[in-house]
Design a protein around this ligand. Structure first.
Ligand code: ADE
Length: 228
């Protein structure tokens, strides 16, 4: 079983539409749509925005469907001048930029108890996503994706995330999905299409380009599902 999680309907509806033999089950308030992509079993969920919704969805998906891998998909803010709106970022690791116990002497972003800042994504699945992006014809970079319960739309916060974590993209779920996968020992990966520059214009760019970016993300995932 391959698990796919996105925060908003626009990020997953057209993935659900690719599946046959669909059944829907609701667990912890999340609708899990299970079906077939060719011979492959796939479960897709819209988790809602932010780290708590995405964490509870990931845990429910793991307990109920025992996926061999979870892919977090969607749109994101771009933190690198090397990419533009519509391009793709694939995570080789995720961080939570709003996790901060540094007044106690910890590194900023350190996840208490597991005591790491960056959580690596699965190497093989990440490599397969890279092949899928190339085949789909999009420009992309692989690097750190930073998550937090904030829509980033100003230079100061953007610079904070770039300089503290070396992140090339920011969003609101990948870090928590990775966190839950890490403690459950489930391989995970994150693929995002850039909807805005996480700067002063992001509040205008996000609604303007979200649909186009989500379509790019979904065409990569379609390519990926045919390869995995
Ligand atoms: N998702 C898309 N754009 C984003 C941004 N600028 N900040 C956080 N999450 C996002």
């Amino acid at each position: 079983m391959i698990g796919i999680i996105g925060a908003m309907d626009i990020e997953v509806e057209n993935i659900k539409a690719l599946l046959s033999d669909i059944t829907t089950e609701t667990v912890s308030g999340v609708d899990f749509v299970k079906g077939k992509f060719g011979q492959k079993d796939v479960v897709v969920a819209k988790c809602g925005v932010g780290k708590v919704f995405s964490a509870l969805c990931t845990e429910a998906m793991i307990l109920k469907y025992k996926p061999k891998v979870i892919i977090n998909v969607g749109v994101a803010g771009c933190l690198t001048p090397e990419l533009k709106i519509g391009d793709i970022v694939i995570a080789d690791k995720v961080v939570q930029h709003d996790m901060d116990t540094s007044p106690l002497g910890d590194p900023i972003g350190m996840l208490s108890d597991i005591n790491i800042v960056h959580i690596p994504t699965d190497k093989d699945v990440t490599a397969l996503l890279e092949e899928s992006v190339k085949s789909a014809g999009f420009d992309f970079r692989t690097g750190t994706i930073a998550s937090g319960d904030q829509f980033i739309a100003d230079k100061e916060k953007k610079d904070f995330i770039k300089s503290n974590f070396g992140a090339i993209s920011c969003e609101m779920e990948g870090g928590s999905i990775g966190h839950v996968c890490y403690v459950n020992n489930v391989p995970f990966a994150v693929l995002r299409a850039m909807s805005d520059g996480a700067d002063d214009g992001a509040n205008m760019d996000f609604p303007t380009f979200c649909k186009m970016a989500a379509e790019n993300e979904i065409s990569v995932i379609k390519n990926f599902l045919s390869r995995i």
